[in-house]
Design a protein around this ligand. Structure first.
Ligand SMILES: NC(=O)c1ccc[n+]([C@@H]2O[C@H](COP(=O)([O-])OP(=O)(O)OC[C@H]3O[C@@H](n4cnc5c(N)ncnc54)[C@H](OP(=O)(O)O)[C@@H]3O)[C@@H](O)[C@H]2O)c1
Length: 285
């Protein structure tokens, strides 16, 4: 199977590439792209790359992910997250490829208090969420949308690495106790993406580790795993946060992985297992 990967140098893309390299038995011929060799907002570049490689699937990770910057650079956010995605879908059509688009919990407003299902109505609050939803709207019925949340892996920067660094320091740290979600460890997300693609699935799937908690609770959990005192973590509310954070964050963005469950595909493990494993890996590296 030939897969063209976008965003291949990002947090998920780097680990995705490594996973395919160490699993040659999967028989996946991977063409790794990122901004340096394929700017997805450039339609001509996208059409050329896709027609030359002729993939069966495009696994589309590339995005403008800096949520606060998106508020200031609306056109840029849409040119990457919406137009870039449109370009990939159009190019996919020319070679009969399917697209697997990685989307986000930010498509929901977070005003609910029960886990969001794949068929619940999106209502994004931020430019990032709106532009990612715009990308979703470019998908054809045969394409695949995988919505995930609170992604954390071995590469790039993420909040888990920040929490580990704080655990290794001293003194009090403050995290919000009124924003709830589910962590997603990159290795688990990659396994699901590959399962879905190899099963030739289409439609929307939510994919996050099972279990949900607040950032405050996650930080306490990470401190405990890292051998630090969880009581150093102090709970604050969102309105006590730095007001320079421009983008609104959903207060409750737990994703029910209903479609995975109903199609009897393997669920992602509990976050306690996966996050603990990732903390250990990061501490040993
Ligand atoms: N991280 C999360 O918590 C989270 C949660 C839910 C969903 N997601 C989604 O998951 C996907 C992967 O996330 P991630 O954490 O791996 O993001 P990431 O680390 O920010 O990676 C995104 C990649 O896209 C590249 N890119 C930006 N503009 C591009 C363009 N015009 N053409 C081609 N490539 C471009 C970036 O390159 P540069 O670095 O050079 O700009 C970067 O390598 C994204 O679609 C994101 O929306 C992430």
């Amino acid at each position: 199977m030939k897969i063209l990967l976008t965003g291949g140098r990002g947090q998920v893309g780097t680990e995705f590439t490594e996973f395919i390299e160490v699993n040659p038995d999967l028989g996946i011929d991977l063409f790794v792209t990122d901004l340096h060799n394929l700017d997805i907002s450039d339609r001509k570049q996208v059409l050329t790359a896709v027609s030359e490689f002729e993939p069966h699937w495009i696994v589309h990770l590339a995005a403008m992910t800096a949520v606060d910057l998106c508020e200031d650079q609306v056109d840029l956010a849409y040119s990457i997250n919406a137009i870039g995605t449109r370009n990939l879908v159009q190019a996919a059509s020319t070679v009969g490829a399917k697209v697997c688009y990685i989307s986000t919990d930010y498509v929901f407003d977070g005003e609910g208090n029960t886990p969001y299902r794949e068929w619940d109505r999106p209502n994004p609050m931020s430019v990032y969420g709106k532009s990612k939803l715009a990308g979703e709207l470019e998908m054809r019925p045969s394409d695949l949308i995988v919505r995930t949340s609170w992604v954390m892996g071995k590469y790039g920067s993420n909040i888990l690495k920040t929490m580990i660094r704080l655990a290794q320091g001293e003194g009090e740290v403050r995290f919000v106790g009124d924003q709830f979600g589910s962590p997603t460890v990159v290795a688990d997300l990659i396994r699901v993406i590959i399962d879905l693609v190899r099963n030739d699935q289409s439609g929307i799937f939510h994919a996050c580790n099972s279990g949900s908690l607040s950032w405050f609770e996650l930080c306490r959990f990470v401190f405990a795993q890292a051998g630090a005192d969880p009581n150093r973590v102090v709970e604050i509310s969102s309105d006590q946060l730095d007001s320079s954070r421009k983008a609104p964050r959903p207060k409750f963005s737990v994703l029910d992985n209903m479609a995975l469950r109903l199609t009897k595909l393997d669920p992602l493990p509990d976050y306690r297992v996966s996050v603990a494993g990732l903390v250990k890996t990061l501490l040993e590296s």
